[in-house]
Design a protein around this ligand. Structure first.
Ligand code: ZN
Length: 416
């Protein structure tokens, strides 16, 4: 029997733990004689291994206890997705990042509250099976995901048999706010299983941009003029459409998505760039970047959200055009203040492309690439507190310049 898709299994037993995933328990292993009494903290996964052999490729991690899991296969790009309860992955930073056998790359991380995920991108069609192996005399367990080569037809069939990629449930509406100050939404890119660009010294974009966004939030709040919200305040995955909706639902006056780029082929390229949303990209590099940033949902294995163009149609072309004018105005202000504040600008520091995260028709939005993690200078700079201090100050000045006319226009801090 080979089970190819949507295989659920209970690897041994975590007493009383029901992970709530569909499918029958597929006990491939007898429960350990003495199951751990209570697991309060997320399980730690260590010691990742990838083994390439004549009949396939095996990826495995060591866990302190056994966990329920679920396997799925997805296409475009071809992937194997392993769902787990929350697991704290303590693997070497480069583990899974290089191609090996049937694996193009593998990612590990938090997917949603209390849930972790392994996403294995395939180099060629392959089908997975999972087993658990008791090691260290029962003190630990290895979760082994074995990949066997498959024909394109067999893989396509397994994808069809898999349940559709899930949509993460939207967060509840925000609480009623009595504070009338304008809301600035900061959006640290990526998170959780989607670590974004990886640069020199295995620096991950998701960590750099979260640290930066937190500092920027504190500085904006210090002005006393704004409420400030983050789309994520931890190492967690948030779908692109959800980021846009967080800003829309809360009636944000401004949305700033924060990222860091990488261009491995050109380690000398550096500097910040501010992007605005547009149907047509300003240049080929901007189009390439938007395509890469837009892959976030696919990387995490969720269905891409509703097409924001539909919402734009309802709200009307005029709203969208007005919003885009404001977005351009803020982008120009931001480029001016950051350059003036001593930050090195990329060649053509204001560009535009079709970024999914910049498609709220009613919230002025920009995407700021702080620099290039592939540049040694930029990568070091982004970790430098003095640079962060200077850059966040320049951004606060740009926000003040942009918001100022609106705040004094007697709108009482209402949106725009
Ligand atoms: Zn990014």
């Amino acid at each position: 029997m080979t089970r190819t898709s949507s295989i659920s299994g209970l690897l041994g037993a975590l007493l009383g733990l029901c992970f709530g995933l569909a499918g029958s328990a597929n006990a491939q292993q007898k429960p350990p004689a003495a199951a751990p009494a209570a697991v309060l903290k997320p399980l730690v996964a260590t010691d990742g291994e990838i083994t390439v052999s004549a009949d396939g490729t095996m990826i495995s991690v060591m866990l302190a206890a056994v966990v329920p899991y679920k396997l799925d296969v997805m296409a475009k790009p071809d992937r194997v997705v392993v769902d787990l309860p929350e697991v704290n992955f303590q693997l070497t930073p480069d583990f899974g990042k290089k191609p090996a056998g049937l694996i193009k790359s593998a990612r590990f991380g938090l997917f949603a509250a209390g849930r972790s995920r392994i996403v294995i991108e395939l180099a060629s069609p392959a089908l997975p099976t999972a087993t658990v192996q008791e090691v260290l005399g029962g003190a630990a367990f290895r979760l082994n995901i074995a990949l066997k080569p498959a024909t394109a037809e067999a893989f396509a069939k397994a994808v069809q048999a898999s349940p559709p990629a899930e949509k993460l449930v939207a967060a509840p509406p925000p609480p009623i706010v009595t504070d009338q100050r304008s809301l600035i939404v900061l959006d640290p890119g990526h998170g959780g299983i989607d670590f974004g660009a990886v640069g020199i010294g295995q620096t991950q974009e998701k960590d750099v941009v979260l640290a930066f966004a937190r500092e920027l939030k504190a500085k904006l709040e210090d002005t006393g003029r704004y409420r400030v919200a983050l789309t994520r305040d931890g190492d967690v995955f948030v779908p692109l459409g959800e980021r846009v909706k967080i800003a829309q639902r809360a009636g944000a006056a401004l949305f700033i998505s924060i990222h860091a780029d990488t261009l491995a082929a050109a380690p000398d390229v550096r500097g910040f760039t501010v992007y605005t949303g547009s149907e047509k990209a300003s240049d080929a590099d901007a189009a390439r970047l938007a395509e890469a940033e837009n892959l976030s949902d696919q990387i995490a294995g969720v269905e891409t959200d509703d097409d924001p163009d539909e919402i734009a149609g309802i709200l009307g072309d005029l709203t969208l055009r007005e919003t885009r004018t404001y977005s351009h105005l803020f982008a120009r202000t931001l480029v001016g203040q950051m350059s003036g504040g001593g930050s090195k600008a990329n060649k053509n520091p204001h560009r535009s492309a079709r970024f999914r995260v910049l498609r709220a028709p009613d919230v002025p939005s920009v995407l700021l690439e702080l620099g290039y993690l592939s540049s040694k200078t930029d990568a070091e700079m982004m970790k430098n507190p003095a640079w962060r201090d200077q850059t966040t100050s320049a951004i606060v000045t740009a926000v003040n310049d942009f918001m100022g006319p609106r705040l004094t226009a007697g709108e009482g801090g209402q949106r725009r």
